[in-house]
Each structure stands twice: as structure tokens, then as C-alpha cells.
Design a protein around this ligand. Sequence first.
Ligand code: PRX
Length: 634
Amino acid sequence: MGKYQDFYRHSIENPEAFWAEQAKLVDWHHPFGKVLDYGHPPFAKWFVGGQTNLCHNAVDRHLATRPDQKALVYISTETGQEATYTYRELHAEINRFAAVLRAQGVEKGDRVIVYMPMIPEAIFAMLACARLGAVHSVVFGGFASASLATRIDDARPKLMVTADAGMRGGKTIPYKHLVDEALRLSQHPPQKVVIVNRGLDKGMPLIHGRDLDYASLRAQHMDAQIDPVWLESSEPSYILYTSGTTGKPKGVQRDTGGYAVALAASMRHIYTGKAGETMFTSSDIGWVVGHSYIVYGPLINGMTTIVYEGLPIRPDPAIWWKIVQDNKVNVMFTSPTAIRVLKKQPAEYLHQHDVSSLRSLYLAGEPLDEPTARWIADALKVNIIDNYWQTETGWPILSSVPEVEDLPRKFGSPSFPVYGFNLKLLHESTGQEVGVSEKGVLVVEPPLPPGCLSTVWGDDKRFVNTYFSNFNQLVYSTFDWATRDKDGYYFILGRTDDVINVAGHRLGTREIEEAVSAHPNIAEVAVVGVQDDIKGQAVMAFAVVKDASRTSSAEGLAQMEKEVMATVDKELGAIARPAKVHFVTALPKTRSGKLLRRSMQALAEGRDPGDLTTLDDPTSLEQIRNAIALWKNA
Ligand code: PRX
């Protein structure tokens, strides 16, 4: 039997022995008594009784061996700023930030919302929370005030951390202004807002007594030494909101010990990073990839992590390869969309820099199409490793595991089940396992391995109902369709639910529909994800207006479309803005009133709309067909 097969089988057949071994990769303040408590399925508690701290593991424990090694390299091509922090300096900054938070009353278990651009202080804030045992909830800066407010009301933070502004493509994004608006909208606003003032928004208004300037507070705590607060392994480290079928985002709750072990193990076995090496992950701290592989993973592993604020094509499309060259990056992680964007650029940009330090490029977040994978493999001559996972799992479900055995990879496939994940492909209605190359829903036989969500924040019922109640057996549904070929390689075919994936960003169609409906002239709307050559999917909306006179002329239509787009920008954020809004007088629904999103999506992609026997009003689908034909011919 192959080496990886042995390793995998051991993880499934003897999970406690397997994970006890992996747990040696992190420091425990107090050893765990039991590896797994699965007495209350599907809730799994890993490393019961063990006490640890993520910040200690990410920073403090490296002080003895690598105090002067770079821990964090910050590069902003938006502001031109660059900065480097050694482990010793990072430790000092985190202590200062923790002291500031503690002085404002932040204690173990308190929530802190971090709404920040990609600046070092965002990472100091996250690690300072971890140090104090406070629960951070980072909200992606691309989300607008109303979505921020929803998350504030769910997490009920004691405090928020933000910056005056961020920048994207040279355009200023007024974070603090968006926070003000969110706090006006929320039912449970925090008492204090700590602001890192970058001097980008000169006119930023401050609310006396609520808004605090980080630089002044930091100055009072320059020599602060805050001991890490030891958490029991299952105590929460963070909440990260993610989209699903309903309009209300779910707070994915992460534990402490299980996450530390899962990340440390993944850094070794999957990402093959070594202490002292450099990792460049081009995500954002607002996404799970940022949490796991910009912040915690590389630091727990004693690596240098690159924090990049900017686009892959500015100042020119060679910027990432320059970063690789200048920092001798060994391991890189990005999204297929970013590679497709680079593929559109002149080839010369790929060959201006020496990228020989790079061993592997990891891609995740959305399907990696074969031409893109081949193109970048040929261009960089490094391993291209497609890895499949979710906010919920925190680390890969499917991937090749090259440190254990570097098995051949097939383009288009994220390879095999990762150790710890007992995967099955089930028939959507019978719940029976499907055969070779047959399409099924990818599920995980519980208990979920360490590092995966422990529950939905504040809502255990929703955790069970959402993820474990889709079949006639207790299994975790990934909500992804997949197949497995005769050699055991998996292929992901897309979501089974109403989640769409735009440029690797996970969005809920319901959320976008609610945002569109905030426009006073919208009576009804359906949103679908439509295949897009660069972004994987693009958002398309079909809307019915209340006052049809507003859309009776070409100008009226254009104006209305503009207004709908602006409404989505304001309600949810520009990342969710529809690429196109079609206006119709009726939406295709079943007789029981269910929107036929799949049929609309099929028509928009030029496919057969499928079984329409339950369609209530056939003219509604004709309208969609015509709208798409008109738009394609325009
Ligand atoms: O549909 C799958 C897709 O992205 C979803 C999870 O998105 P998110 O929670 O944002 O987490 C991203 C973590 C990398 C999945 O349910 N997805 C993720 N990776 C892949 C993928 N689809 C195909 N191939 C992948 N490698």
C-alpha cells in the first residue's frame, strides 16, 4: 500500500492516536486528557482539557529560537508603504495592542469585530484578541455597512477595530465612515471603536467618547507585557461569517486547540512549509484563507508571512513575481481567478523576475480549470496544487499531501481526501453512495476532524439543521457536487445550494436578492450565478419593478439598472454587485411559489432549462429567454 494511503487510513481508523501525534506540533500549557469527546454527536470536542493559546503558538514560542527572523513582511502597492516585523517586534506590537484592548475592558470571551484593510495592525489586532482569549470576528472590508451591521448584531462585540480607510486600485475606501453607518443601523453597537489612522481620510469625523485613536493609546503601552490567557481547547478563538442558503450569514465558530493542531499539521504535510521559510498568500484577512494561511498557519509554523495590500496587476502584472523574488518566497497560495487575470496579461511579465525560490503554488476557493492550471504550471515550472475546502473546515478537505507522498496530480482535480476527512459521495435523494464517476453530494462522515467549525455562533440548532440534516444519516454536507474517478481522484462540480462563487468570494443569492429588494421600486427579484471566463461566476439579477413606467424607455432601464447596482453596493458591498440586471414582468416559479433559479441560470449559460412541468407561468421563462438573447446580441 502507498505511503499516503497508510497515513490516511491511520487517520480514519485510529483518529485519536493519529491526532495525538499531530498535537505534538503545538505547545500546550496544560496537556489534554482525552483526544476526542464525541459523546454528543455531531458536536466534536478535540484535545479535551488541554490548555493552549493561538497567539502563544504563533509568536511567543518562536522567541527562543528565531527572535530576529522576519515574521511579517508588509507590502502595499496602494500606498507605497513597506514594513518588516521580526518575531520579537511582532510580539511587542501584539502586546501593545492587547494592552490597549484590555484597558478598554476586553476580556476572555468578549467579541471584537475587526473591520480593517490589509495592514499589519489588522494582524496585530487579531493576535492580540487571541492573546487575551477574546473572540475576533474579522469582517471583509468589501462588505458594506448593512452587512457589517448584521454581523455586529449577531456577534455583539464589546469593541470594534477599524482604520480610517483602505485603498483598492488607487481608490480610497472609507472604512471608518462605513463603520459609523453600520453602528447607526445596528441594535447592539459596541461602546468603543479603536481606529488606526493611516492619514488617508483627512476629513474623518470622530465621535467623542466612542472613537479612540490607536496611535495615542499605543503610546501609553509601549512596554506592555500581557500574559497569554490559556484557553481550554474547545473554547472559541474566532467567528467568521459565511454565506449559505438563507439571507442571514452564519457565524462559523472555531475552537482553539483543534485549530492550532490542524493548521500546524497542514503546514507540514500539505503546504510543506518549513520554519524560517517564506509564505505568500494573496488573500484577505476577511476570508478564511487569510485567517488560516496569511495569519495563523505560517506563524504557528515559524515562517515569514507576506501581507500584501494591492492588486495582482498594479503597478504592473509582474508585481507578485517581484514579491516572490525579493522575499525568496517558497510557498505561494492564491485563487484561480487571480491566475486567470494574470493569464490575460502579456507573457513577458512572467519572466522578469527570478522565481526559483518557489516550490509550489497552491490554489483554492473555486474550481481550477485545466487550461489555467496548465498555463501557470508551464510558466512557473513549480508544483500546482489545487486544494478544496470551506470556511467551515478551516483547512483542506481534498488536496494532495506532498510531504507524506507526492502522488501524481491530475489537472482539474484537487486529488484525494485529506487525512482526517472520511468522505463519501451520496446520491442526493437516496443517500446511497454513488459509483465511480457518478455525481453525488460530497459529505463528511462525522466526527469532523480538528480545526473544523465547532458550531454556528449562538445557534447549535442551526449547526445541526444546516449541515447534518440533509440525508437519512448523520453526515456533514459540504453542499458541493463531486465525482470520483476510477483512480480515486475527486472532481468538484459546484454547489448544491444557492451559494455562488464570484472570483473565489462566496456569496449567497438570497443575500443579494435582499439587497436588491432594498431598492424602493423593486417588487421581486431572482439572483443567479452565471459562468464567467475570469471570475468563475458572475452575479446576474432578474427583477420585477413596481412602477413599470420607470423602465419603459432605454434610458429608464439603464437608470434603473444603475440604481439597483448602487443599492447592492450600499447594502452588501461592491463584491456582490450584479454584472447585469434584467427587468421582466414575472419570474419563473413553481406552482408552490419556489423560484426556478436553476432554470434561469441554465438559460443564461445557454443550456437547457430542464424539467419545467412544475412551472406556474410559461411566459415568465420566455421573458428570461428573450432578455438574455437581447443582452447577448447587444
Ligand atoms: O464550492 C466550494 C468552493 O468554495 C466553497 C467554499 O468557499 P469558502 O467558504 O469561501 O472557502 C474557501 C476556502 C478555500 C466550496 O464549498 N471551492 C473551494 N475550493 C475549491 C472549490 N471548488 C472547487 N475547487 C476548489 N479547490
